[in-house]
Design a protein. Sequence first.
Length: 156
Amino acid sequence: MNIVECRMSGDCLEGLGIPSSGIAVIDKDAEPRLFDVVHCNDPAICINGYLKELVRTGDHPIVRTRYLDPSRNILFLSAEIYGVLLQVLDEDRNVVWERPPDPVEYAPIRHAAWEFAGVSAGRKIYRCTDCKALSYGRGNYCSFCGAQMDGGVFDG
């Protein structure tokens, strides 16, 4: 085990019960499991990295935010995973969150589809049938609510 501690802040994992501030205890040698919270980076090269929930493993891992308001959630490719979050400590070093002992899916997979919503500046716009967010692209997942877009495409 290669354990490091670092200060953390932000409410992007509040939907998992992780507080908005504290001390993150990260195992840099742990093998990430699906739905673990991982310390990662994105292609935009965030200097200190992020803590995000892992939703796809492999050569091109995908991570996401887990806000209480699902319409705020986003998915993105992780350029690198540095480690797995084991615990969050408060300022008095009390454990306030701990990695579940077994892989756990925190929320059911939602299924949706892209429906044609119109044209703007010459580009087609699509709407997620789950959260109603608008997008120029039609990826495999809605970047706002995380729904798996396997319900087909309703094109105009």
